[in-house]
Design a protein around this ligand. Structure first.
Ligand SMILES: NC(=O)c1ccc[n+]([C@@H]2O[C@H](COP(=O)([O-])OP(=O)(O)OC[C@H]3O[C@@H](n4cnc5c(N)ncnc54)[C@H](OP(=O)(O)O)[C@@H]3O)[C@@H](O)[C@H]2O)c1
Length: 373
């Protein structure tokens, strides 16, 4: 059974939390720099999901716009654009919508009671899947996992974002806050980012704050297990960005300071052919006194032996003075002896392993180590 996909929620709001105003026209809250950032995120995903109301109201294309990004996907053996996914209880979808244009796989998760209507309307414009009654997000994620979709980007609207948050089925929320207020002229019709019912989602982990043009990007990590588990899951996700290789693992690394600030990230071959994730992350940051109190999260245990370069990742970590390492997957004896954890401990570094995330980290390397244990 493949693990459930990583679910990344992404939206732009006004500074007072609205996703749209009450007018019939689509309101673009992001500027060009943020739209380009989202294009990069799209290019790293297997599927983009929006609610049926967003398909009806915004008529989005849901494409990767930059052809260089589509070409990079193709080089990794992926389709040029992620699959488009929507969900509906009524089946009220127009096959003329851009969502149904050719160029990407189209999946419609539909309530059982509206299946016949949806299939009659959409014919061969999309694969229409019975998602139960009521429609179950858990079923949708399971079905997407079985279709080899490991990473799903949910772009709205309000209902869908709120449902994922309330069901505790999201791993990340990228919230772009635009620099204006919309006010509250028609609170019943202007959608905002919120939960479907009063309640609280367990505290999110703030992983990044960044200026993107005029927009403030807030990146939160969610899901079970607290900050260690969340940062490690994020490191595993970074490993999906690695340029492909038949002779080296794909690994992601995140270095987090004592106060929870992400100091640097890296993934294998990010800058040069033989780069290891930990090595490139530390190179990007350079010498920094905060490393002496930092934690390094890596999808694979840092290497204690390597043939490509003289200094191992254990050597880089010890030299930087990093006191703590958290990893998911023990290195199989494929390229070198996987003694990294022992060497780190011998050097006085505290090492924590999360074996429950090993399968997720290993799956990214299935072409090297096969499927199964
Ligand atoms: N600022 C942004 O980043 C952003 C992004 C996207 C959208 N938006 C805005 O958000 C607004 C749309 O949001 P919205 O909340 O009205 O609609 P939505 O979340 O896009 O879609 C809601 C619809 O999706 C289907 N659906 C969602 N969850 C379901 C579930 N659990 N079970 C069954 N069906 C489900 C239903 O479709 P049926 O009605 O067909 O049954 C429901 O009416 C638009 O104004 C759009 O412009 C903003």
């Amino acid at each position: 059974m493949p693990p459930r996909p990583y679910v990344l929620l992404s939206c732009a709001t006004s500074a007072d939390g609205y996703l749209d105003d009450a007018s019939p026209e689509r309101l673009i809250l992001s500027g060009p720099a943020d739209l380009d950032r989202v294009d990069e995120v799209r290019a790293g995903c297997d599927a983009i999901m929006v609610g049926a109301q967003t398909v009806r109201k915004d008529n989005p294309r849901l494409l990767v716009r930059d052809p260089r990004r589509s070409a990079r996907r193709a080089a990794r053996g992926l389709p040029p654009h992620p699959a488009r996914v929507t969900l509906t209880a009524t089946g009220d979808l127009d096959p003329g919508a851009r969502f149904f244009a050719p160029g990407a796989l189209r999946l419609v998760y539909c309530a059982t009671r509206a299946l016949n209507l949806a299939r009659a309307r959409l014919r061969d414009s999309a694969v229409v899947i019975d998602a139960g009654d009521p429609v179950s997000l858990g079923f949708i994620l399971k079905d997407l996992a079985e279709r080899a979709m490991a990473r799903v980007l949910v772009e709205g609207g309000a209902r869908v974002l709120g449902d994922f948050l309330a069901a505790d089925l999201a791993d990340q929320l990228d919230l772009a806050v635009a620099p204006f207020l919309l006010g509250d002229p028609a609170p019943k019709t202007a959608p905002r980012l919120s939960l479907p019912h009063p309640g609280t989602v367990s505290p999110m982990t703030l992983a990044e704050t960044r200026r993107v043009g005029d927009v403030a990007l807030l990146r939160y990590l969610l899901g079970p297990g607290g900050p260690d588990h969340r940062f490690l899951r994020w490191a595993v996700e970074l490993s999906r960005l690695c340029p492909p290789s038949d002779s080296a693992f794909s690994v992601g690394a995140v270095v987090v300071g004592e106060d929870g600030d992400v100091l640097t990230t890296g993934f294998s071959r990010e800058q040069e052919d033989h780069d290891h994730a930990e090595e490139v992350a530390l190179r990007k940051l350079g010498p920094d006194p905060r490393l002496r109190h930092a934690t390094l999260y890596s999808s694979l245990v840092p290497c204690g032996a390597r043939s490509s370069r003289p200094v191992t990742c254990v050597g880089h970590i010890v030299a930087a003075g990093i006191p703590r390492v958290v990893f998911a997957w023990r290195e199989p004896r494929l390229f070198t002896d996987g003694e990294g954890a022992k060497q780190l401990q011998a050097a006085g570094v505290a090492v924590t392993e999360f074996p429950d995330l090993a399968e997720r980290a290993r799956a990214v390397n299935a072409h090297l180590v096969g499927t199964g244990a």
